[in-house]
Design a protein around this ligand. Structure first.
Ligand code: ADP
Ligand code: SF4
Ligand code: MG
Length: 381
């Protein structure tokens, strides 16, 4: 008998195109917010989706949370094929996937007490009696670290972190298998962020939840993710296991994001050069070829014509024609060092090398030295 565990989500080539009206008698424009994203998410795991504002993260979140129907692609939640399932089956699925938003205050009804907010999903979706609903709401308050007396209070009586706990509690009332969290800690102070991230991690461990975790902050992603998908202008440009991507990012955009994130080991030397140059192009007129070509320092004529597709390389998926260059650079860093006397070229370091050694720029030891040099190029050093 097969013991294979079915994934909680399987998405294949998921797309979302919005029709943008331009006024009476004018032909509409079409904006591709998500241009073909694929991933698999298992129970108890977190897939973090990162990228700049406007790259399509929330659109992806809304599709997976069944708030918007994808324009094309395949989406399976558990056993159900979302794209072909009848309306009733889709409706039933809504219980198994719940969303947590960035602004907890905006998503809680200010006129209702917390008890009533938590009981509402049960009253609508189950046949439980009022005392049973109240009992479950009180148990949920305890599970997310709130006190019994909070049951009788209103949302405005809580801090931001507590409100996000309430939003998480409400999302869990129907015992979902998947939580789609769209920037859930972005509006919170850093110390409170850590508490909410720890709560999410504990709940995942206890309840076996799968998280699709949307964030623009790689520092946050580093704490919570198992896998990471980096998005740029509606496309996944690099995705794979978090450790692999953080140790040696191969896409120039991932390199720039990582180098610009404070707190990531080794990024300090590049912090003063962390601003990614240029603007995200308009999704109404994306660049031809590689979507990152207008901001990439490694761009070649091929990049401007041919769009790179995601392909397997060095333990992850990456969409860059030049990605091998960055694996080589990092691999070279692993070569055992020879004595300068063995090598007549090394024994006479060029001015650039001497300058780099003096400033310490070329000095970060370890696996990430190569990509950080590339990021330095990208960030305009
Ligand atoms: N309902 C919509 N109608 C038209 N365009 C939209 C809609 N929702 C999002 N967009 C556009 O799709 C792109 C991606 O948006 P979004 O998914 O919100 O990005 P992110 O969450 O990464 O900031 C943006 O250019 C945004 O303006
Ligand atoms: S394909 Fe070319 S433009 Fe795109 S990220 Fe790679 S090197 Fe840069
Ligand atoms: Mg968003």
């Amino acid at each position: 008998m097969s013991t294979e565990v079915k994934p909680v989500v399987v998405a294949h080539d998921l797309r979302q195109v919005y029709k943008i009206g331009r006024g009476f008698l004018k032909t509409p424009d079409y904006l591709q917010a998500v241009g073909g994203v694929s991933f698999t998410l298992q129970a108890g795991k977190t897939l973090a989706v990162v990228g700049e504002s406007g790259c399509g993260k929330s659109t992806l979140a809304r599709m997976v949370a069944l708030i918007e129907r994808p324009s094309a692609g395949e989406l399976r939640l558990g056993e159900v094929d979302v794209m072909t399932a009848p309306r009733e089956a889709r409706h039933a699925l809504r219980r198994s996937v719940q969303m947590v938003f960035q602004n907890p205050y905006g998503s809680l009804n200010p006129r209702k007490k917390i008890g009533a907010i938590l009981e509402a999903p049960l009253e609508i979706n189950t046949d439980l009696s009022a005392p049973e609903c109240a009992e479950q709401a009180r148990a949920m308050l305890a599970l997310v670290g709130l006190r019994p007396e909070h049951y009788e209070r209103y949302p405005h009586m809580f801090s931001g972190g507590q409100r996000q706990r309430i939003a998480i509690a409400r999302a869990l009332m129907l015992k979902p298998s998947l939580i789609v969290a769209d920037e859930p800690v972005s509006a919170l102070d850093v110390s409170i962020q850590a508490q909410v991230l720890n709560l999410l991690a504990d709940l995942q461990q206890d309840l076996g939840l799968a998280y699709l975790f949307i964030s623009h902050d790689l520092g946050v992603v580093r704490h919570i993710a198992h896998d990471v998908m980096v998005m740029y202008l509606g496309h996944a440009v690099e995705q794979g296991e978090k450790r692999t991507l953080f140790a040696q990012p191969l896409h120039p955009y991932t390199q720039a994001l990582l180098a610009s994130t404070p707190g990531i080991p080794g990024s300090g030397a590049l912090r003063q050069h962390t601003v990614l140059k240029g603007e995200l192009p308009s999704p109404l007129s994306p660049p031809s070829g590689c979507v990152f070509s207008t901001r990439c320092p490694h761009v070649t004529p091929r990049c401007q014509i041919e769009r790179p597709v995601l392909r397997s390389l060095a333990g992850r998926q990456v969409a860059c024609h030049e990605a091998e260059r960055f694996t080589q650079t990092a691999a070279e860093q692993h070569q055992p060092k020879r004595s300068p006397q063995d090598d007549p070229i090394q024994s006479r370091p060029c001015a650039q090398t001497q300058r780099a050694v003096r400033t310490g720029v070329a000095g970060p030891a370890g696996a990430d030295a190569g990509w950080r040099q590339n990021a330095g190029v990208l960030l305009g050093r």
